[in-house]
Design a protein around this ligand. Structure first.
Ligand SMILES: [Mn+2]
Length: 302
C-alpha cells in the first residue's frame, strides 16, 4: 500500500537514507502547494531543504547528540495531486496512518493544509485524539477561504474538527481577521499571540505549553515557518512581520518534545522566493535539532 503513495526525491535528508532500527523518526515530504493564496512554490521545499541539509553539520548542542551515525529515515515524498487538495489529503492521510503505526514522523510541506491529512491519519493510527501545538503567524481559523474549505488559510479550523479546538494551542500568531479571532475564542482554542509570547520568558511559555499538553496522552507539533520573523525566514508563502527569532522557536519545540510526541510538520517554506536559500537552510537546521531531540528522548526511554 505504502509504495503506491511514496516516491523518491532526487535528494535525501543529510545525504543518507537512515536505518529504521537505529532512529525512531521518519521524514516524509509532501510537495503540494495548490491551496496557497498568495505565492506558490512550497512544493519545492522538501527538495531544497534536503539539499540544504547536505551542507550542515549534524551535531546538536541542545541534545548533545550527533545524527551522523543515526540519521532520521527519509521515506521520500507522498504522491500528491496538484490542483486537488482533497485527493492529496487522502494520500497524505493513508501514508500518515501507516507510518505512525510504530514510527515517529516529521512531514515536510508543502503548504499548511497538509497538516489536516497528517492529523487525520494520526487520529486513525492512535484511535484517539492528540493535542496539537501549532506555531504560525496566522490563526488559520476561518470556516472557509473564499468558499474553499481545504485552504491553507483554514487549516487550524479543519484540524479543530478532527481533535476539538480545546485540544489545540496556537503560538506566535499576529495575523488574524477579527471574526476568526472571535470564533476561535468562542470555540475555546488555546492561544498565545506573538506580542504576548515575546514579552514572556521561555520558561513561562514552556510552563503554559506543558500545562496544555498535560491534558493529552499524545501530542503533535505543526510548525509553519512563517511564525519566524521574515528577517530570518523570508522564503515563505505569506510572510508576516513581527515574528519570533529562530533560536526561540527551536528551543521551544525541542524542549516540548517528549516521549508522548508522535510527530511534527514543517510547512510553508517557499524556495522560489528565498534569497540565498536562507529559509531552506534554517528549515534544515530545525529538522536536525528536532531529529536529535527525538533520538535523545526515545533513546533514554529504553
Ligand atoms: Mn501561516
Amino acid at each position: 500500500m505504502l509504495e503506491l503513495y511514496l516516491i523518491n526525491d532526487p535528494y535525501v535528508f543529510l545525504g543518507v537514507r537512515g536505518d529504521r532500527g537505529r532512529n525512531p523518526l521518519s521524514l516524509v515530504g509532501v510537495p503540494f502547494d495548490s491551496t496557497n493564496s498568495f505565492r506558490s512554490g512550497s512544493r519545492f521545499a522538501p527538495m531544497h531543504i534536503r539539499l540544504a541539509s547536505h551542507s550542515l553539520e549534524t551535531y546538536s548542542f541542545r541534545s548533545g547528540l550527533s545524527l551522523e551515525e543515526n540519521p532520521p529515515v527519509d521515506e521520500g515524498d507522498v504522491a500528491v495531486v496538484h490542483g486537488s487538495a482533497e485527493a492529496t489529503l487522502r494520500n497524505v492521510s493513508v501514508v500518515a496512518e501507516e507510518i505512525f503505526r510504530g514510527r515517529r514522523v516529521g512531514f515536510i510541506g508543502g503548504d499548511h493544509i497538509i497538516t489536516y491529512g497528517v492529523v487525520e491519519g494520526l487520529v486513525k493510527a492512535l484511535g484517539k485524539t492528540p493535542c496539537v501545538l501549532v506555531l504560525d503567524a496566522h490563526l488559520d481559523f476561518r470556516p472557509d477561504y473564499l468558499g474553499f474549505k481545504y485552504s491553507h488559510a483554514c487549516v487550524t479550523r479543519r484540524v479543530s474538527e478532527l481533535v476539538g479546538a480545546r485540544n489545540i494551542m496556537v503560538l506566535g500568531f499576529r495575523a488574524v481577521d477579527a471574526g476568526e479571532l472571535r470564533e476561535a475564542r468562542g470555540a475555546g482554542l488555546n492561544m498565545i499571540n506573538s506580542y504576548e509570547l515575546q514579552k514572556m520568558t521561555l520558561r513561562e511559555t514552556l510552563n503554559k505549553v506543558r500545562d496544555f499538553l498535560s491534558t493529552c496522552s499524545h501530542a503533535y507539533v505543526s510548525l509553519d515557518a512563517d511564525v519566524i520573523d521574515p528577517a530570518y525566514a523570508p522564503g515563505v508563502a505569506t510572510p508576516e512581520p513581527e515574528g519570533l527569532q529562530p533560536t526561540v522557536v527551536i528551543d521551544l519545540i525541542t524542549d516540548v518534545i517528549d516521549k508522548k510526541t508522535t510527530g511534527f510538520d514543517l510547512v510553508e517554506v517557499n524556495p522560489l522566493v528565498d534569497p540565498g536559500n536562507v529559509t531552506s537552510f534554517l528549515a534544515a537546521k530545525i529538522l536536525i535539532e528536532i531529529s536529535a531531540r527525538f533520538l535523545g528522548v526515545l533513546k533514554t526511554q529504553k
